[in-house]
Design a protein around this ligand. Sequence first.
Ligand code: SF4
Ligand code: SF4
Length: 135
Amino acid sequence: MKMKLSNEDISSVRVRQIERISGEDVRKCYQCGNCSGGCPVSFEMEIPPSQVVRFLQLGRVDEVMAANSMWVCVGCLQCYSRCPKGVSVAAMLEALRQTVLRKGEDFEKIKDLPYPFLKKAPQQALVCGFRKFVS
Ligand code: SF4
Ligand code: SF4
């Protein structure tokens, strides 16, 4: 993918906001790829964990926001446990989700889910899901 970079992108206020919410410093990542290698769901992500960090390092927040990665992440913290730099991509993805949900944009709506699904789904999965997808 070709992309143009500017100083404004790299010192993006939006990236600093993600860092504030997550408590992480995107610049600590040196792109070893261990997080993506261990992530059990990276194959389903449009942008895998290590590349999420890379996009943030480059100030490319729009690309990360448009990708499904933050919604696919199951919060298992495998990425954090494998990172030699102690970076938590999980926390960054959670921060990205928070920035969407704080705008009041629900990713899922309970009323849109079919009743047979709600009846059969494990309660814990429902609670986890709605903490993640509903503001
Ligand atoms: S916390 Fe999310 S990004 Fe990290 S390994 Fe688990 S599923 Fe992947
Ligand atoms: S494991 Fe850590 S240092 Fe390596 S790419 Fe992932 S976040 Fe960056």
